[in-house]
Ligand binder design. Structure first.
Ligand SMILES: [Zn+2]
Ligand SMILES: [Zn+2]
Length: 154
């Protein structure tokens, strides 16, 4: 699997291939050395059991969704339907608008889930089975603060 480390200093996203990960990576933007410890499960793409960056074992999943793509479909749909609306073809206009929303839904439904570390926000992509639960705001609040105190951000 591949995971993306969020640099604690500058928040840059640093992609790492788990199968040949070293014991530390260097941030390409600010030069900070970030020690990582990839567990056997992560390395072999069987499960996300322990975060290589912060050592935490609490994760959530969300759709691997780029909001920009969804927005583009809706915006283009709205523009095209506005043209039809202008020419008095409002039924077609509504049809196109509905179609754009539908495409959005279909695209969203086919997306794969992404596992994210509550503490350091590392993202994990791979073919491992998703076992984490959905995002919980309270858990995030507690764990994020704990991590930020640890790395000296608060
Ligand atoms: Zn950095
Ligand atoms: Zn983490």
């Amino acid at each position: 699997m591949q995971f993306v480390v969020k640099c604690p200093s500058c928040d840059a996203g640093l992609p790492v291939e788990a199968s040949d990960a070293a014991t530390a990576i260097k941030c390409g933007r600010c030069g900070r050395e970030i020690p990582i410890e990839v567990s056997e499960q992560v390395r072999s793409d069987t499960a996300v059991d322990r975060c290589p960056v912060c050592g935490g074992g609490d994760f959530y999943i969300r759709k691997d969704f780029d909001p920009k793509i969804g927005l583009t479909v809706v915006v283009i749909g709205a523009l095209v339907s506005a043209v039809f609306y202008w020419f008095g073809l409002d039924l077609i206009a509504y049809g196109i608008l509905g179609g754009a929303a539908l495409i959005d839904l279909v695209v969203y439904g086919r997306l794969k889930d992404l596992t994210i570390c509550y503490r350091c926000h590392a993202e994990f992509r791979g073919s491992y089975p998703r076992t984490a639960s959905a995002f919980d705001l309270h858990t995030a609040d507690v764990l994020e603060q704990e991590y930020e105190r640890r790395i000296g951000r608060r």
